[in-house]
Ligand binder design. Structure first.
Ligand code: SAH
Length: 464
């Protein structure tokens, strides 16, 4: 038995708050069992073969019983699988990580625990509340608002007399009782309280009040679980320290791994960008024709160009043997990418090139289909249906028509019916046409340039 279970902390919600080792473990996993509070974007870090199981528990509605989860962890590990048990926040801060570890230990299963950033601390920071501060709180106390049916009762006398910050998790159903107990045991009813829902995520919401009025505020602003209840003087600092960026609250969907710059710029402006999977690229085994026969090389896309260079090297051909050939790029993106490697390509097919002496390099289908075509790779669809509710997105960004096809290919029937309600940013005219054709309700055309697209997204949402 070489299996292993990793109890992995996913962090408080925003996928970028996962640890580096956490990302690596997801990539290595054969099976991932994940919780309800996990941002589905994290699943994009798994490999294509991994089995993904939602064991998410809805409040009062256990999808998969804890005993069943324990059993699954043991069974999969015994089959020799690398199992990741992906848990919100830190695995050992509530959420039954300790119980799972005990079971694994009892059954002799090899396991490890990888910490995560807990919402109980980071969730406050995301709302501009330092959990300690020399002037306001010299300790903090993290307390569960949820108890085993006949389990322990809280020592309210003790809790109410703490000078430090008190954070309740899983407490929303008990909020009136929590406030009442604190006041009854001596806390001033004027003590500041913050409720932070979906902390660190695009849908983060917060209300601030005191022990007397917080219940009414929560009802008025319709806040519910999952949320943190923060009691203490540090709450007052939120007014001064809560940072809102231009795209705070904007939730975008973008293609995975491509355009890291697009992702970074949007996140830096405060947006949350989730990913959708692109098709997998499979290089094809090809025989290189004699290069000397051609005057021009038509490059359909950047990937084909890289595959082509690899093929040259494999055949012992120096790239300088292309020196007298015209390099023709099928679109501006190829032009830009080639420029970075020092090649100034011609955009589009010039009239004066004799067709029979061109070789076109691309994926499965040629763009021009003149002269010789060398198919260098194939695309393999990912099997995963996108684990998102598309209604939750402010927009999707498409850098290419291929990215639209990949997106549509991984939608369920229900998701397909939601496309007409989605806003799409299309980088370029062709992409715009494809997005309209795909049925997007509102298509915004952007220049085919990351920087300019980011500016456009910013303008679009800052006006809202
Ligand atoms: N292990 C987790 C906590 C699990 S208990 C951690 O370390 O964060 C589940 C409770 O955590 C929820 O009921 C809620 O009170 C809190 N919680 C988790 N993520 C949250 C988030 N992003 N925003 C607000 N509360 C959150």
């Amino acid at each position: 038995m070489n299996g292993r279970v990793t109890l992995l902390g996913a962090g408080p919600g925003n996928p970028e708050l996962l640890t580096l080792i956490g990302k690596r473990r997801l990539n290595e996993a054969d099976i991932v069992l994940y919780d309800r509070l996990i941002d589905p974007s994290l699943l994009a870090f798994t490999n294509n073969e991994a089995e993904l199981i939602d064991v998410g528990k809805l409040p009062l509605h256990h999808k998969v019983k804890q005993s069943k989860i324990n059993e699954m962890l043991v069974d999969y590990a015994k089959q020799g699988k690398k199992v990741v048990r992906l848990k919100a926040g830190d695995p050992y801060v509530f959420g039954r990580g300790g119980e799972e570890a005990q079971v694994l230990q009892q059954f002799g299963v090899n396991f490890e625990v990888i910490p995560g950033i807990t919402s109980a601390i980071a969730g406050l920071a995301a709302a501009g509340i330092p959990i300690t501060h020399r002037d306001y709180a010299s300790s903090f106390h993290i307390i569960t608002g949820h108890h085993k049916k006949n389990g322990q009762q809280l020592d309210w006398e003790n809790i109410a007399h703490q000078e430090g910050t008190i954070v309740f998790l899983m407490g929303m159903a008990q909020l009136p009782k929590i406030c009442q107990q604190l006041v009854e045991h001596g806390k001033s009813s004027q003590t500041p309280v913050a409720i932070i829902q979906w902390a660190t995520q695009w849908r983060q919401k917060m209300v601030i009040g005191d022990l007397e009025n917080i219940n009414e505020l929560v009802a008025r602003h319709q806040l519910s679980s999952p949320a943190l209840i923060v009691v203490g003087q540090v709450v007052k600092l939120s007014k001064q320290l809560n940072i809102n960026k231009p795209l705070t609250g904007v939730h975008l969907l973008i293609p995975f791994s491509e355009h890291q710059r697009l992702f970074n710029s949007l996140e830096d402006l405060g947006a949350t960008a989730d990913f959708y999977q692109r098709a997998l690229i499979e290089p094809l085994e090809v025989t290189l024709p004699s290069i000397d026969e051609y005057d021009a090389i038509i490059v359909d896309d950047v990937l084909a160009y890289h595959q082509f260079i690899t093929l040259l090297i494999k055949n012992g051909i120096d790239v300088r043997q292309l020196i007298d050939k015209k390099i023709i790029a099928s679109n501006h993106r190829v032009v830009q990418a080639l420029q970075k490697t020092g090649i100034l390509a011609i955009k589009g097919m010039p009239q004066d090139i004799p067709v029979k002496r061109t070789i076109e390099i691309g994926g499965s289908k040629p763009t021009y289909n003149i002269g010789t075509f060398l198919s260098l790779y194939e695309k393999k669809k990912r099997s995963l249906v996108l684990p998102f509710d598309l209604k939750e997105f402010s927009a999707v960004i498409f850098p290419s028509t291929a990215s639209i096809n990949d997106f549509l290919a991984s939608l369920s029937e229900k998701q397909l019916s939601q496309v007409s309600m989605l806003k799409a940013f299309a980088m370029g005219k062709k992409v715009q046409q494809a997005a309209i054709q795909a049925g997007f309700g509102h298509v915004v055309i952007c220049p085919p340039d990351v920087k300019k697209t980011v500016i456009q997204v910013k303008e679009e949402f800052m006006h809202d």
